[in-house]
Structure formats: C-alpha cells, structure tokens
Design a protein around this ligand. Structure first.
Ligand SMILES: *Cc1c(COP(=O)(O)O)cnc(C)c1O
Length: 456
C-alpha cells in the first residue's frame, strides 16, 4: 500500500520516539509546523511527480533537517584572518577577557543599572561609565548612548535644532552604512552651512559663515579616506577659538577616537580624545567599538551642564545604552585607567603585536599544515580609522587553483574562516586571529579544499 493513506498523521509522528525527542529539543509548536510542511511536500510530490510515500524514519529526519535550518543562528563567531583589525562587517572590536566577564556577570543577573545602592532608591544608568570617563579625561561630564551615530544626532538635536551648524565642505563625509553628515544634520533639525572648498578651508571661511542663526560649529573626522595634496584645514584649536568668540558650541565628531597614540606603532597619528578636549571642543563624540576596543556604544564628553541638557532630551531615552554594553565599556575603560590597554585590549594587542611574534605564528601554521609560504604583507587598522595606513605583517600564503572558491569553502567550515586573496593566493594574517583560535584554524585549513592546491 504505497499511497497517501499510508502517510502518518501529525499526532502519530509526535508520539513516535523520534517525535518525542524532537518536541523535547525544539518545542511542540515548531515540530508541528515542521511536520505539516514535510507532509505537505510529500503529498505534493506524490500527486505531481508520482513519488513514493516515504516511511516514518525518512519523514522525521526530513522534519529534523527543516527544524535545524529554521533554528540555526545567523550570528555566530568567525575567525578573522583578513588582517583588518577593526573589521566592521565582522563585528569591530573583540572584547577583553575582563569586559566579557563583566558582561556575563551583569547580564546573568540583576544589577545596579538604575539603582543607587547607597540611598536605596532609583539611580541612573547614565552614571556608570561616566565616572570613569571623568577620571580618564579632564572633563566633568560624559554620556554613553547606543552608538556614535546616535551620539552625534543627540548633540546636534539638543543644541542646534532649527538653527544652523557650520561645517567644512571637506568634512561632509559618508562613513558607510547610511551615515552621512549632511543627512544626520537634516535628521537633527539643524540646517547645514558648508564652508570652504572641497580641498581648502580657511579659518576666515568659518568667521564669515557665522551669523545670528548659527548654533554650533562642527568638525567631523575623515575616518575613511585620505585628504592629501593641495589641502588645508584650520587646526581644531583655531576652529574652537572662533566658535567661542561667537559664543557658539564646538562639536567634534571624532569617529574612532583613540585613547592611546597610534604613532609609536608606525601608523599615522589618529586624533585622540584628550587632544580634542584640550583643543577646546565643547562636545566630543566617538565610538565605543572602534579604537577604544570596547562594545558598541557612542560616547559624548563635555561640560556637565551640556551633558545634563542632552540627558533631558526624549531622544536620549530612545538611544540609551544597554546594561551589557555599559558593563563591557566600564571594564574596558578600567584597562586604560590601569595603564594596561596595550596588554589587555585585543584591538591594541593586535596593533602592538611585534613582527617577530607574527612571523613565529605564521611559521608555526606553516609547519603544522605542512604547506604554504611565508609572505611579508600588510595588515590594516580599518573600521573608520587611519585610512590607507598599514602595519607590516607576515602571512601564510596558500597557492590555490581557485582561490575564490577556497575562500568560500573556508567560510562554510564548521568554524568559519574569513581570509583574503592577493595575487591569486589565499593569505592568512595571524595579526587578527586570536591566539586561542589557532588550533581550530589549523584544523579547518587541513580539512578544507586540499584537492584545490595548485600543483607546482
Ligand atoms: C564610525 C563613525 C561614526 C559612526 O559611529 P558608530 O559608532 O558606528 O555609530 C560617526 N562619525 C564618524 C566620523 C565615524 O568614523
């Protein structure tokens, strides 16, 4: 009897031993949905293609595959062998061990998020990381929000809504992902007044643009492209001076915002938070997950009364930071406070990794793998900081017949690996591979695409 009458009912499959196991694993309603879909498909292919009706084992295993597919997370860890340290598509900054611990502790239970333990009554979530910022910098106010895009939006909306903001034409940037300075200004309700030319801006351009309707002068850091050749932009100190002479706020969107100097590592100097404040910026905005090396967050530093005004905006509530981000950020800031940023924060460990140790690791991979050549190549900082700047590194280069399909195979491995192709070779850069990932990386390289190796 091989017709549709032999097809079991949903109920009878649920009562089978596999059915019981699936319900335990996936929950009843999802299993019922999966079974219905599987049985429907079987009916359709019986009627339309005359296919046989399968037995119970086949039905349950098809249902299980469907359930696995439906419940597979789309967000999972990967090994970053690209050599791009702050890789926005791969989640920017990996967190330090103590940031992770702190997130687990705060996230896994109740916390003082909005509770003042001393007074035993309501406190403010906005105070947690803020104290650390005021300890780290010469500033008496700090506000942490969801990300830097929202930080800039909040600053502009609070202080420049229905008024004008003066900004250099050379800084009307798009950083990707839909963040464009002119659009953010429009969104905040402020009118954009651009000054200077694309390549040259003089301090007098600012002076001439300021009028009664002006609320603020803004600077945006050109995070992702180089400004070279016949170019000129006034120093931040001079822009701040002109702003203050006209009683205007000077808002600095630093983008990445470094807390440590990048120059000692052979990189260009990325503008630092402390420099902005010293130069006279009234509000300095930057990201938590770029060079700071913490979780996603937007930070605004400035005078206490200005910060207070921003806190009172309804928008501040809409873009508030989550408790786990606040916990991770505070733990990351403590590394700076203790002077151990370079040793403990992964982004800075990677930036400061010395060439000898990178060479060692690439050689170790080569030895364990028994193939590939060691290549002098370049890592990048990435993530909207230091455009075009590179760090010399050693990569393992694999000669492949089809490098792009090898990359795809690496992405599909059980621990996915993201690498890059250079001159038709697959390059793996140890700088961005966390040391504990080495065994997985070697294993994946051993089992992936061995047949694709180019015969020399
Ligand atoms: C990265 C960046 C932003 C946006 O920061 P997010 O934290 O990603 O929201 C804004 N401005 C500049 C100049 C940036 O580089």
């Amino acid at each position: 009897m091989n017709d549709l009458r032999s097809l079991p009912s949903v109920d009878s499959v649920l009562q089978s031993s596999t059915g019981v196991r699936l319900v335990k694993e996936y929950g009843r309603s999802l299993v019922v949905e999966g079974l219905r879909e599987t049985l429907d498909e079987i009916r359709t292919s019986y009627r339309q293609e005359g296919k046989k009706v399968p037995n119970l084992d086949v039905i349950t295993s098809r249902t299980e595959r469907l359930l696995q597919h439906w419940t597979k997370s789309t967000l999972y860890p990967v090994i970053n062998a690209t050599g791009i340290i702050i890789h926005t598509n791969l989640g920017r900054a990996p967190l330090s061990e103590s940031a992770l611990k702190s997130i687990a502790k705060v996230g896994g239970g109740y916390s003082t998020l909005e509770f003042d333990m001393e007074k035993g009554k309501r406190g403010s979530r906005l105070d947690h990381a803020s104290e650390l910022f005021t300890r780290l910098f010469d500033v008496d106010g700090a506000l942490v929000v969801n990300n830097n895009a929202s930080a800039v939006l909040l600053a502009l909306q609070t202080f420049a809504k229905n008024q004008e903001v003066v900004i250099a034409r050379s800084q009307l940037i798009e950083i990707g992902g839909g963040f464009r300075i002119p659009d953010v200004l429009t969104q905040s309700g402020a009118a954009l007044v651009e000054v200077g030319t694309t390549n040259r801006i003089h301090i007098s351009d600012y002076e001439q643009a300021i009028r009664d309707e002006t609320a603020a002068v803004m600077r945006a850091h050109r995070s992702n492209f180089a400004f070279v050749g016949f170019t000129k932009e006034p120093a931040l100190r001079d822009i701040a001076e002109v702003s203050h002479a006209a009683n205007l706020l000077m808002i600095d969107d630093l983008g990445s915002g470094a807390l440590l100097d990048t120059a000692p590592y052979g990189l260009k100097h990325e503008p630092m938070v402390q420099e902005s404040l010293q130069a006279g910026a009234d509000l300095v905005c930057f990201s938590g997950d770029k060079l700071l090396g913490g979780p996603q967050a937007g930070i605004i530093l400035g005078r206490h009364d200005l910060i207070q005004e921003m806190k009172n905006e309804p928008l501040a509530r809409a873009i508030r930071a989550d408790k786990t981000a606040l916990a991770g950020l505070s733990a990351t800031l403590l590394h700076y406070l203790r002077g151990e940023g370079e040793e403990k924060i992964p982004v800075w460990q990677m930036i400061s990794a010395d060439r000898a140790s990178l060479h060692e690791r690439a050689k170790d991979w080569q030895k364990k793998l028994g193939k590939g050549t060691i290549l002098e190549t370049l890592s990048k900082v990435g993530g909207g900081s230091l455009p075009g700047e590179t760090l010399p590194t050693y990569g393992l280069a694999l000669e492949m017949e089809h490098p792009q399909s090898y990359l795809k195979a690496l992405r599909e491995a059980d621990v996915p690996v993201v690498a890059r192709v250079e001159d038709e070779r697959v390059i793996l850069d140890p700088r961005t591979v966390l040391p504990h990932q080495d065994p997985d990386l070697i294993r994946i390289l051993q089992i992936t695409g061995a047949s694709d190796e180019r015969r020399s």
